[in-house]
Design a binder for this molecule. Structure first.
Ligand code: CP
Ligand code: NVA
Length: 304
């Protein structure tokens, strides 16, 4: 169903393909557990190379692969010769002789691109420092469930505007026709060159004013202020991002029915107030569940 061989960023799909992935995720959600739910990964094995921590991505991929009839193989970086200096290219050229697909969570996006360039089987980005595309399929599914549509909704993204999540949101909003306002401090705003390349129907604007970002927003999204790999910058980041906390006072500037999203893990009292994360506006548990359905859709569409 997808024209791309690999799913490394949302740039690998077009607007129609992204919409089809979200629809398929929703269908798979409804079919889950039924005896005739599809098993397109029967007799297929998917490797999962992870060099960063994960709760949702690892477990939802492993369960999703199993439900689609396949077997997953978790390959922590320290258990591979890759962790002892075998090259990325050699690893990719060997693993694609055994496996039918590979999910990679890594620091450097370029490393995943290098792996994919040497892999004859599909590679799925399970998060790099720059992009987290699987999360966005689940996020858009959650918005579609809540709002009944995706195109035309407004989303305020608050906090670290230069993160993998903000970058992924910019590409997704552009493709899906979302009005995305990124509210982030100067120094933590998206790369201008990346924004210039966006060519879809959506609109992406950037401000350092959190109130302007959330004005009339239908959804407010946030993520950790200190992403994996950026721990040494924690002190600076927590100080400069404090005004961007998603709390009840800030949500008062959004639409009355505003809903809140967070990819998780969350740090209550930092990027999001506990009463918001645990309150009635929060969609985060449905959002986390949707990782399972969204990734089953990606696997179904990509692994042939
Ligand atoms: N949202 C997300 O990717 O969570 P994990 O880091 O737990 O996989
Ligand atoms: N931006 C976060 C996302 C975690 C799912 C990180 O990279 O740590």
């Amino acid at each position: 169903m997808l024209k791309t061989r690999h799913f490394l960023t949302l740039r690998d799909v077009d607007s129609d393909e992204l919409a089809a992935l979200v629809n398929l995720a929703q269908t798979l959600k409804q079919q889950r557990g039924s005896p005739d739910s599809p098993r397109p990964l029967a007799n297929k094995s998917i490797g999962m190379i992870f060099s960063k921590a994960s709760t949702r991505t690892r477990v939802s991929f492993e369960v999703g692969i199993h439900e689609l009839g396949g077997q997953s193989m978790f390959l922590g970086i320290d258990q591979l010769q890759l962790g002892r200096g075998e090259t990325v290219a050699d690893t990719a050229m060997v693993l694609c002789r055994y496996l039918h697909g590979v999910v990679i969570r890594s620091h450097e996006h370029e490393g995943v691109e290098a792996f994919a360039a040497c892999s004859s089987v599909p590679v799925i980005n399970g998060l790099t420092d720059r992009y987290h595309p699987c999360q966005l399929v689940a996020d858009l599914q959650t918005i579609a469930e809540s709002a009944g549509r995706i195109a035309g909704v407004s989303v305020a993204y608050l906090g670290d505007g230069a993160s993998n999540m903000a970058n992924s949101w910019a590409v997704a909003a552009s493709l899906a026709g979302v009005d995305l306002r990124i509210g982030a401090p100067v120094g933590y705003q998206p790369d201008a060159a990346m924004l210039e390349k966006l060519a879809g129907p959506g609109r992406v604007t950037v401000t350092d004013d959190p109130v302007a970002a959330v004005a009339d927003a239908d959804f407010v999204y946030t993520d950790v202020w200190v992403s994996m790999g950026f721990e040494e910058e924690a002190g600076d980041r927590l100080a400069v991002m404090a005004p961007y906390q998603v709390n009840e006072a800030l949500l008062g500037q959004a639409t009355p029915g505003v809903k809140v999203l967070h990819c998780l893990p969350a740090y209550r009292g930092k990027e999001i107030a506990a009463e918001v994360l645990d309150g009635p506006r929060s969609l985060v548990w449905d959002q986390a569940e949707n990782r399972l359905h969204a990734q089953k859709a990606v696997l179904t569409a990509l692994i042939r």
